[in-house]
Design a protein around this ligand. Structure first.
Ligand SMILES: *[C@@H]1O[C@H](CO)[C@@H](O)[C@H](O)[C@H]1NC(C)=O
Ligand SMILES: *[C@@H]1O[C@H](CO)[C@@H](O)[C@H](O)[C@H]1NC(C)=O
Ligand SMILES: [Ca+2]
Length: 228
C-alpha cells in the first residue's frame, strides 16, 4: 500500500468505510434491485461547476427506468443526473431540468455494455452525449446555471433528497465501471481516452484514485471485460 493511501485510510477510518482506491480493472456489481444498495462517491469540488463532464461504462439488461449517476443537493435533487428512462433513450438533468436523447439501442446488445459520456456547459447551456464514443446531436438546458459543489454523488440509486429518497423502481441492477468526472468540457480525444482508460487531466473524480463508500448489497469484483 502506498504511504499516502495508508494515511488516508487511517484518517478516514474512524468515520466509516471510506476508501481511496485504484479500481482499474474492477467493477461495482449491483446484484439486485433494492431501495438501499448504493455507492457514495466523493468528488473533489472546490467551487460551483460551470462546466461538467462525466464518463462511465455500464452493463445490464433492465428495461425499466434507472439512474446511472445521481448528484443531488438539498435545494435541487436532480442537480446533475444521468438517467435511463427506457431502452432507446438517455436523459440528462441539470438543475432540475432535463433533455432526452434518443440513443441507438444497437449499443452493444451482444454484451449489454455501454460507454457513455455526458457534458454540460453553463455559458451556452449545451449538453453533449457520447455513446460508445460517438457524439449525439447536441441539445441545451439551464444556460447560465451553476451546478453546486455541495452535492451528494450516488451510483445505483436515484436521489430525491441528498443521500436518500431512493425508489426501488429506479435502482440500478448490473455493473458500473470506469467512472470519471471533470470540471471541464471534453474534447473528442479525451472521450476516446476515457473509453480506453487512458491518463486524463483535470479530473475531480478518478476511477484510479476513487474515494467511495459502498452501502448495503454492492460487490466489487474484477472486471470480466477484456482489458482495453
Ligand atoms: C468552461 O469551458 C469553456 C470552454 O472550454 C471555457 O472557455 C471556460 O473558461 C470554462 N469555464 C470555467 C469556469 O471553467
Ligand atoms: C415498484 O413497481 C412495482 C411494480 O410495478 C409496484 O407494485 C410498486 O408499488 C412500485 N414501488 C414503488 C416504491 O414505487
Ligand atoms: Ca431525483
Amino acid at each position: 500500500m502506498e504511504k499516502l493511501q495508508f494515511w488516508l485510510l487511517v484518517l478516514t477510518g474512524f468515520s466509516g468505510a471510506v476508501a481511496q482506491t485504484d479500481l482499474h480493472g474492477k467493477v461495482f456489481v449491483f446484484p439486485k434491485a433494492s431501495a438501499t444498495a448504493h455507492v457514495l462517491l466523493k468528488p473533489r469540488l472546490e467551487q460551483p461547476l460551470r462546466n461538467v463532464s462525466v464518463c462511465l461504462r455500464f452493463g445490464g439488461d433492465l428495461t425499466r427506468p434507472y439512474s446511472l449517476f445521481s448528484y443531488a443537493t438539498k435545494a435541487m435533487d436532480n442537480d446533475f443526473l444521468l438517467f435511463k428512462p427506457k431502452p432507446g433513450e438517455l436523459r440528462l438533468y441539470v438543475g432540475g431540468e432535463l433533455v432526452t436523447f434518443k440513443v441507438p439501442e444497437r449499443t452493444d446488445t451482444s454484451t449489454g455494455w455501454v460507454h457513455v459520456c455526458a457534458s454540460w456547459e453553463s455559458a451556452t447551456g449545451i449538453a453533449e452525449l457520447w455513446v460508445n464514443g460517438s457524439p449525439l446531436p447536441r441539445k441545451g438546458l439551464k444556460k447560465g446555471y451553476s451546478v453546486s459543489n455541495q452535492g451528494v454523488l450516488v451510483l445505483g440509486q436515484e436521489q430525491d433528497t441528498p443521500g436518500g429518497g431512493f425508489d426501488i423502481n429506479q435502482s440500478f441492477v448490473g455493473e458500473i465501471t470506469d467512472v470519471y468526472m471533470w470540471d471541464t468540457l471534453l474534447s473528442p480525444d479525451e472521450v476516446s481516452l476515457a473509453m480506453s482508460n487512458g491518463v486524463l487531466p483535470h479530473l475531480v473524480l478518478d476511477w484510479r484514485t476513487l474515494s467511495y463508500e459502498t452501502k448495503d448489497y454492492v460487490v466489487i469484483k474484477p472486471s470480466l471485460l477484456p482489458m482495453y
